[in-house]
Design a protein around this ligand. Structure first.
Ligand code: NDP
Length: 247
């Protein structure tokens, strides 16, 4: 599949994997819509893309807020005239044991990692169904396949993303010619650990850097382009990508 000229919405494009994906796709000629809450950061990513000759649109979007999502998707369609690729990437991973009762963090993970994926999918899918084409890429995680202490809610949200992706593929692949890919990375060098408020887990997560060579956001972006560039009759439904020295 030729990517040049396609339109992609990337949620969580203000940092980490989403930013890396936006830059790599834009370099391949994809018109990228950068969505997140921190618009200053999005603007900086857009400037970098435009300076390199790419096309980028910045949209302020809180994936947990249905109104914000539908407004943003309408703005994108108005600007680019359509959409071909959705990357559901926005996510958070506060880490702590359940008996610390960080209920606000549990709720935020459900709102962003689960409801966020549902909100954006619901806003984009009608356009994909109408045109009988489209590709949805969902960022699950190694935590969507394996279980880790401190991540009871996060693992739950990412197991949801893995399950949702594959069932959605069964329901809309053949029927509407829409491809669905779930990407399940191991440790990636991003800002994901910054929101961990539990000092012991924060130290533990930071310590992982000494045990393994983290993947880069570009490593994830390149695996994503493998799925996107596959011939139209090929749906790369899952990609499990780990640092070589991560168990
Ligand atoms: P970062 O913290 O660097 O990026 C997270 C992105 O999500 C930011 O751009 C942030 O933007 C966005 N985001 C968070 N909340 C919202 C919201 N309510 N609405 C819109 N955007 C939001 O982390 P990563 O790049 O690592 O994370 C990206 C995805 O990859 C996540 O789903 C994560 O679970 C997954 N992942 C990461 C791994 C890793 O090791 N880093 C491993 C496996 C999976 P803003 O704050 O501006 O809104």
């Amino acid at each position: 599949m030729e990517l040049k000229g396609k339109v992609a919405l990337i949620t969580g494009a203000s940092s980490g994997i989403g930013k890396g994906v936006a830059i790599v796709l834009a370099a391949k000629g994809v018109k990228v819509c950068l969505a997140a809450r921190r618009t200053k950061l999005l603007q900086a990513v857009a400037d970098e893309i435009r300076q390199a000759g790419g096309e980028a649109l910045v949209i302020e979007m809180d994936v947990a807020d249905k109104t914000s999502v539908s407004k943003g998707v309408q703005q994108l369609i108005h600007h680019f005239g359509g959409i071909d690729i959705l990357v559901n990437n926005a996510g958070i991973m506060p880490t702590a044991d359940i008996d610390t009762f960080k209920v606000d963090e549990w709720e935020a993970m459900v709102d962003i990692n689960i409801k966020g994926v549902l909100n954006v999918t619901a806003a984009v899918l009608p356009a994909f169904i109408k045109q009988s084409s489209g590709h949805i890429i969902n960022l699950s995680s190694i935590a969507g396949r394996k279980l880790f202490k401190g991540l009871a809610v996060y693992c739950g949200t990412k197991h949801f993303v893995s399950a949702f992706s594959d069932i959605m593929r069964m329901e809309i692949g053949k029927k509407h010619n829409i491809r669905v890919t779930s990407i399940q990375p191991g440790a990636v060098e991003t800002n994901l650990y910054d929101q961990i408020t539990d000092e012991d887990y924060k130290k533990g997560m930071e310590g992982l850097r000494e045990q393994m060579t983290f993947l880069s956001p570009e490593d994830i972006a390149h695996s994503m382009t493998y799925a996107l560039e596959a011939p139209a009759h090929v749906d790369v439904s899952e990609l499990f990508i780990l640092p070589t020295n991560q168990e």
